[in-house]
Design a protein around this ligand. Structure first.
Ligand code: GLC
Length: 609
């Protein structure tokens, strides 16, 4: 049982559509009459208003028959699609992509040379679909649906909600296009949700928690059947499968807030008292004392993009990389005054310890694996080499042959007597983007992806993790999860949304060649396959067995990747460069001799692997 207060916005408006198909209806019905042949004439798009597209349901389009009028009216559509007589499927998107006005061009950070003239068909379609997924609250855009798959009208689960993590690539796409309003609204509205009173089964989670997702609901206003109001209804994990609190939401919120300021120049937003309080509440939650001995964040399984049981409880890399990134971003944004100065000091200390810990203990390459292979165990002393008491037999057999001569990566998790040797893409990529990894490590990670292209990219970038859990491991670690079977979904599936993060990492390290290659692979398939959420099999050949189509972060990730490659300098809104001051703290802290002088040189020698 959860007790909540709904955020209200009174509006005497018609009910929001319950089914996402209903939205299609308006564009469909107001479109010019369909041509009588199944093939659209090349001149058809010019009959549309400039800058608009129309989606035609596949069934209607491919089997135009006597019973279906060429100018469909509302009742035809309702009969066929709303009442579920026919499985609604959209198959054709027809666009008139002449530019709509000069307004965008004025504020658009992506230069004119990249304007719509040079857009591929897939890009035009992606923009149209992204705009279609926008969710409004009280008449203003506040986010994008996780998926807008008309084929799954009644089985959307919670994909008809705005997910915080899913919205990030949408937000970046809009920002790169010069559209800041939706991002600003999103940041402010989610901030309001943060301060909700929430209790789950008589227990209240921490105050700074951000929801995993939220939904705009339209409800009758005070029992009045004629008047309605819109409310924001968040999910902090209390309805989510597994009931896990989304640790990554607040971290993403901070990262997005900084990106918004950097690209729009609207720093006033991050300086507002409520926004400053929001940042500090999130960090209070992350920095609060507990029993933990490590500087990494201790979380339960499924508290990030991988939101089901996958054996990532403890100190998973993805959370640590986002935590580091959020701390770096927050340090830039928090206004220093008497009430904040202790927290800022705590942030710096944590950054120092966190980067040392991850660089030192999560990194593996040929040399390190060989070292682990020869570890002595049960070392009881301050100077132990094998600090976490890792038994060499834990080194999995696949890794011995898989690790390339050149390159390496950050392991998925580190706990007492346990190293999770799986390669997790998001954590490794975000460690590059945030400079949690050293430059040498970052180069090593990209070298590894290059060397292991057939395992990590193959037919669709990018594997969420490698390798998959199989047989008994799958049974025990996932709890026999039928969605996470080997090489599917979170268990070794390929997630096209990761393309934008891969592109960022490549740009930071000057390896655009890799990002171009990955983008080419994705562009061949995404539009034809209807923008799936994920792909299955070892090489990512099949559309995922339960994959949603028209998944928004697949669409947005593709667009962001395209735009960043055209304007790599804009990657700076998300990147953090190495901060040598933090390393100095590190050199002092870890030095065995208290008298070792703090210097940049000492710092480098301490933490650069
Ligand atoms: C799945 C993903 C999660 C995502 C959600 C909505 O649950 O694991 O990361 O946020 O779908 O797309």
């Amino acid at each position: 049982m959860i007790a909540t207060r709904l955020r209200r916005c009174t509006q005497l408006a018609a009910l929001f559509p319950k089914c996402p198909d209903f939205r299609l209806f308006s564009s469909f019905a107001s479109a010019p009459p369909l041509p009588s042949s199944r093939l659209l004439s090349p001149s058809y798009p010019s009959q549309l208003t400039r800058g608009t597209c129309v989606i035609f349901p596949k069934h209607l389009f491919s089997t135009l028959s006597d019973t279906v009028p060429s100018t469909p009216d509302k009742s035809t559509f309702e009969r066929l699609y709303v009442h579920g007589v026919v499985q609604p499927q959209i198959d054709r998107v027809v666009c008139n992509n002449e530019s709509n006005s000069g307004k965008d061009a004025e504020t658009n950070p992506v230069k004119e040379k990249d304007s719509e003239m040079e857009m591929s068909g897939a890009e035009k379609e992606a923009w149209w679909l992204l705009n279609q997924s926008v969710v409004n609250y009280c008449g203003s855009p506040v986010g994008t649906l996780a998926a807008n798959d008309p084929g799954l009208c009644n089985q959307m689960l919670n994909y008809d909600q705005v997910f915080i993590r899913d919205f990030v690539p949408s937000a970046i796409a809009f920002l790169l296009k010069g559209e800041g309003e939706i991002v600003r609204n999103f940041l402010l509205h989610t901030l309001q949700l943060q301060s909700w009173e929430k209790t789950v089964d008589c227990y209240s989670p921490g105050q700074g928690l951000m929801p995993a997702s939220f939904k705009v609901r339209t409800v009758p206003l005070d029992g009045n059947s004629e008047a309605f109001e819109e409310v924001l209804d968040p999910d902090f994990g209390e309805s989510a499968i597994g009931r896990v609190a989304p640790v990554d939401s607040g971290l993403w919120w901070i990262i997005l807030l900084r990106a918004y300021g950097k690209i729009t120049g609207d720093y006033a937003l991050q300086e507002r008292i409520d926004v400053q309080t929001g940042i500090r509440l999130i960090l209070n939650l992350c920095l609060s004392d507990g029993f933990d001995m490590f500087p990494t964040l201790l979380v339960t399984d499924g508290s990030c993009m991988i939101d089901r049981r996958m054996g990532i409880h403890g100190h998973p890399l993805e959370i640590q990389a986002l935590f580091y990134s959020a701390l770096r971003c927050a340090r830039e944004m928090i206004i220093i005054n008497d009430s904040s100065k202790n927290q800022v000091r705590a942030i710096s200390n944590r950054l120092t310890a966190l980067s040392f810990h991850i660089r030192q203990y999560y990194w593996i390459d040929m040399r390190k694996i060989n070292e682990i292979y020869r570890y002595k165990t049960e070392e009881y002393s301050h100077d132990a080499i094998n600090k976490f008491n890792i038994y060499p037999d834990q080194i999995p057999s696949w890794l011995v042959d898989w690790i390339p001569e050149k390159g390496g990566y950050l392991i998925g998790n580190l706990q007492p007597a346990h190293m999770d040797f799986r390669f997790f893409s998001l954590g490794n990529l975000w460690a590059i983007v945030s400079s949690l990894a050293t430059d040498r490590q970052a180069e090593g990670i990209l070298n590894l992806i290059d060397e292991k292209w057939d395992d990590l990219v193959a037919n669709m970038p990018l594997k969420i993790c490698y390798p998959a859990l199989e047989y008994d491991e799958w049974r025990i670690i996932t709890g026999s999860d039928p969605k996470n079977t080997p090489w599917s979904y979170h268990n070794g599936g390929a997630w096209p949304t990761l393309l934008w993060q891969f592109t960022l990492a490549c740009i930071k390290m000057g390896r655009q060649d890799l990002a171009h290659r990955a983008l080419e692979v994705a562009e061949k398939r995404l539009s034809n396959d209807k923008w799936p959420e994920y792909y299955d099999t070892r090489t990512g050949r099949f559309i995922g067995k339960q994959s949603h189509l028209y998944q928004t972060w697949t669409i947005a990730g593709f667009l962001v990747s395209k735009m960043l490659l055209q304007n790599p300098e804009l990657a700076s809104i998300l990147i953090c460069e190495e901060d040598l001051e933090l390393l100095e703290g590190c050199a002092c802290g870890v030095s065995k001799s208290a008298r070792t002088k703090c210097s940049r040189k000492a710092a480098r020698s301490q933490v650069l692997v």
